[in-house]
Design a protein around this ligand. Structure first.
Ligand code: DX5
Ligand code: ZN
Length: 217
């Protein structure tokens, strides 16, 4: 199980301190880019990601919550993203082309679905995508409540991957914590994103270790 703390929940006045938590204890940096158009919130962009890249010792996983992801893929790869994901809903039927663009930049490519998007929409892309990011809250804000339907959605995608021999990994994002990590692992999750659970905790390293220890049963 890989743990990807979401920098959206970090303390931006002490960003280097929170970056060090990821460097020392976690597996990936999860970086949420929001444009105020695809989602009703604006987060951060290139300057912040470039700054983190200078000290990051773990790969950067950029989650694009933006319209026209195809316009920005190359720049995110240039500032150091080694995993880039975009929303199926934002690719307007051109998900295959966006996956190709990301691969063309040398990054791993992920396709993201909001909780109300049928999981079958990713089935045609399971051969190409390196990972599928299933949102377990509606994209746009940290600190929301985990949606319980997620377990069934993971099982459906996992079953399709097994049926078709797809090696795509399954990443879960939103309301993830040590309370649901084991059940997510059991359902078939490979990567867990957690913002508030990590950075609002008194012991972030302990929370990361607890989630990472969740094995598939
Ligand atoms: C929500 C973001 C998440 C968010 C997770 O749109 O994609 O990555 O930061 O935050 P928590 O873990 O607090 O739900
Ligand atoms: Zn995210």
């Amino acid at each position: 199980m890989l743990i990807a703390p979401s920098i959206l929940a970090a303390d931006f006045l002490h960003l280097e301190r929170d970056v060090e938590i990821v460097n020392r204890h976690a597996d990936l940096f999860h970086l949420d880019v929001m444009d105020g158009s695809f989602v009703p919130n604006i987060s951060f962009g290139f300057p912040v990601i470039e700054a983190i890249a200078r000290v990051a010792e773990k790969p950067m996983d950029v989650h694009l919550m933006i319209v026209h992801p195809e316009k920005y893929v190359e720049r995110f790869a240039k500032v150091g993203a080694s995993m880039i994901s975009f929303h199926y809903e934002a690719a307007l039927g051109d998900s295959g082309r966006v996956l190709d663009l990301i691969h063309g930049c040398g990054a791993k490519a992920g396709i993201v679905l909001n909780p109300d998007c049928p999981v079958e929409k990713v089935f045609p892309y399971l051969k190409e995508a390196d990972y599928v990011l299933l949102m377990s809250v509606f994209a746009g804000f940290g600190g929301q409540k985990f949606i319980e339907d997620t377990y069934g959605r993971i099982r459906t995608v996992k079953a399709e991957c097994l049926r078709t021999g797809s090696p795509a990994q399954i990443e879960i994002d939103g309301g993830v914590s040590p309370h649901n990590a084991a059940q997510l692992a059991e359902a078939g999750a490979d990567i867990l994103v957690a913002g508030s659970a990590v950075f609002r905790a008194a012991d972030p390293a302990g929370v990361i270790a607890a989630m990472r220890g969740s094995q598939r049963m």
